[in-house]
Ligand binder design. Sequence first.
Ligand SMILES: [Zn+2]
Length: 67
Amino acid sequence: MFAKLKKWNKEKMKAECPVCGAMIDLPEGTVVGELIECPDCGTELEVESLNPPTVKEAPQEEEDWGE
Ligand SMILES: [Zn+2]
């Protein structure tokens, strides 16, 4: 299973921003669930999958007003 990753690492992973449609380079070592920011529209995106690389809009967490 890991043998596949070698070839895979050479290719830059790109995911399409669901908001503006820009292709975003996913840095090496990106993991599912990681948060990245779209360089084009600035939207916070969550890595949904790596094969194929897809991202979705990160859920907006509400500020914790408690305490
Ligand atoms: Zn975008």
